[in-house]
Design a protein around this ligand. Structure first.
Ligand code: FE2
Length: 400
């Protein structure tokens, strides 16, 4: 744990089944009159944005549905232009991480001017943005409670983040009923993103007691409910458990940061357009193997939180159970085991590792020192074993 810790708190959190019915009160509380719901075309087809807009009949409300998946900086600039042209005074991000991150960035661009690219990096936004209410309809990114937005730089074929206190929501509203219709595949990928946030936050160099609490509770909830949420999507108890887990994981990594699962997932997204949750899900056990030696006790805690029986095991053996538990969960919900299964060629390893080394927001918090050679080792392990290639000895884990 770092000697000084900072916890980025959320100012207002509204939770509960059916809590979307209180949205008009939240908008009125923020004294808004012209409201923009930022969402994506897929969600429009579910009818959810129209239902949410209908709750705001006392306000001038519009729906903006041109959000891209893994949004580019240009698409965010376009959304911000619309916000300014229409005189919007409150932005609602409704959907998964892409609409929420687009809404967060549009709100700061509307008041600060300039382009999205001007604010990439840490605390480069000079002034607060428009008020924003963030409403997730997936359970994974935790973006509704973080000070981060992740964007695609198409020209550079990579992804980078904006970190700013002004990206925090004025209100985050979590209603599990909005997640019930989410397809199993997306539930699986986003749920594994949340699990990755929790695990990476728990073993982070920037972990602190408050983030530990949220991270372990998120891991417990995902371990007990993600399978049900994926395979029995109408089970509202499981949906609520997973949504709460995603929230807790967001509160954990929002202050403790993430590590090299995310650091390597960024180039998989930027170079090969692999969706964020899937990239994380495939990478997670491979990066855990690399990190295990640097956080044996903490991996043992993760195994316990995942429901593994570790009585009588050595700390090292208990830690390995955490990796087995993640692999078992991934298998049960249909996550690919190797990067090849995502259509990425083995020859991409060097480019992925080079790009990942530039992601200092993930390199620094990672519990084990990150080197280019270390990343090559992780990636070699994350591709299907080749005939004649010896198993990596970088890890020394799970090979006994
Ligand atoms: Fe993530």
């Amino acid at each position: 744990m770092s000697p000084t810790s900072i916890f980025h708190n959320i100012s207002r959190l509204v939770q509960g089944r059916g809590s979307i019915a209180t949205l008009a009160q939240e908008v009125a509380r923020l004294r808004a009159t012209r409201v923009l719901i930022v969402t994506d075309p897929g969600l429009v087809l579910t009818g959810i944005p129209a239902r949410v807009a209908a709750l705001l009949s006392d306000f001038n409300v519009q729906i903006y549905s041109d959000v891209e998946s893994d949004p580019s900086v240009e698409s965010v600039d376009a959304c911000a232009r619309f916000v300014v042209e229409q005189g919007i005074d409150l932005v609602i991000g409704l959907g998964g991480g892409s609409p929420i991150d687009t809404a967060k960035c549009a709100s700061i661009l509307a008041t600060n001017g300039g382009k999205t690219e001007d604010y990439l990096g840490i605390e480069k936004v000079p002034a607060p943005g428009l008020p924003k209410i963030l409403i997730p309809t997936t359970a994974g990114t935790g973006s509704e409670v973080t000070n981060v937005a992740v964007l695609s730089l198409k020209k550079l074929r990579t992804k980078k983040g904006i970190v700013s206190r002004y990206l925090m929501a004025d209100t985050a509203l979590l209603d599990a009923e909005l997640t019930v219709g989410l397809p199993g595949k997306i539930t699986a990928a986003t749920g594994m993103d949340a699990l990755t946030h929790a695990i990476e936050a728990y073993v982070s160099r920037f972990a602190q007691p408050l983030t530990d609490h949220f991270a372990l509770e998120a891991i417990r909830r995902l371990s007990r409910s993600l399978r049900t949420a994926v395979h029995c999507g109408g089970n509202i108890d499981a949906r609520e458990d997973v949504l709460t887990a995603s929230l807790y994981a967001g509160l954990a990594f929002g202050s403790a940061a993430t590590g090299m699962v995310h650091g390597l997932a960024m180039p998989l997204g930027g170079l090969y357009n692999i969706p964020h949750g899937i990239a994380n899900a495939v990478l997670l056990p491979h990066v855990m193997k690399f990190n295990l030696v640097a956080a044996v006790e903490r991996f043992g805690d993760i195994a316990r939180a995942m429901g593994e029986s570790v009585e009588g095991l050595s700390p090292r053996a208990a830690a390995e159970r955490a990796i087995l538990a993640v692999e078992s969960l991934s298998q049960d919900i249909g996550i690919a085991r190797y990067i090849d299964e995502l259509g990425i060629p083995r020859k991409a390893i060097a480019d992925i590792a080079k790009d990942a080394m530039t992601n200092s927001r993930q390199v620094l918090p990672n519990p084990r020192e990150v080197t280019y050679e270390g990343l090559i080792g992780i990636l070699n392990d994350a591709f299907l074993p080749e005939p004649g290639r010896p198993a990596s000895d970088t890890f020394g884990v799970l090979m006994a």
